[in-house]
Design a binder for this molecule. Sequence first.
Ligand SMILES: [Cu+2]
Length: 229
Amino acid sequence: MATWLQLGFQDASSPLMEELIYFHDYILIVLVLITVVVFYGLFSLLFISFTDRFFLESQGLETVWTIVPAFILVFIAFPSLQLLYLIDEINDPCLTIKVIGHQWYWSYEYTDYCDLDFDSYMVSLSDLSTGFPRLLEVDNRVVVPVQNSVRVLVSSSDVLHSWAVPSLGVKMDAVPGRLNQLTFLSPRSGVFYGQCSEICGANHSFMPIVIESVPFNVFENWVFSFVES
Ligand SMILES: [Cu+2]
């Protein structure tokens, strides 16, 4: 969960997010190096008196400042593509959840074990218990088994929404008439918060996502309790 004045990413709760943060840090190192070199060049132009104002053409110099950036771009492009394909990987999921975006709540369907479906509304401020995060808690959480690959099918019944959980490193557009797919795996138990990430109307800010990652037997009990009630 994001905390007050947090500027960086949330802590990773999935291998995917760990890779994303690692890639982000790597890009930042490249970025800082380039910025330093460019600014050094700019300021040295202002302050040194050795500049040759009649220096017109240099094939050698132009070759160098074309090849070097191209080389740097290759070193960014390959890890980027690798990560892109890693995100798309569907690796034998143990569970499939269908998520439908509505104005303004999410509904979830578990159809692997039985016909289990429910709506997930935000808990309003007046109903919120002490200790729960404001505008992020929902009445029905999405419960998933820990250490298992979970596939999520995302769609919408009305307008564009986006199902996003930052600490798991997932964000998928919910498009009416289209079924999008993502997978995540949470190696640790916990509660992960997310929000709709595509502006969808007046209550866009009030349709959060809460994922509860629990051991498999707890997950089974949750499924049974749902079916019995
Ligand atoms: Cu929205």
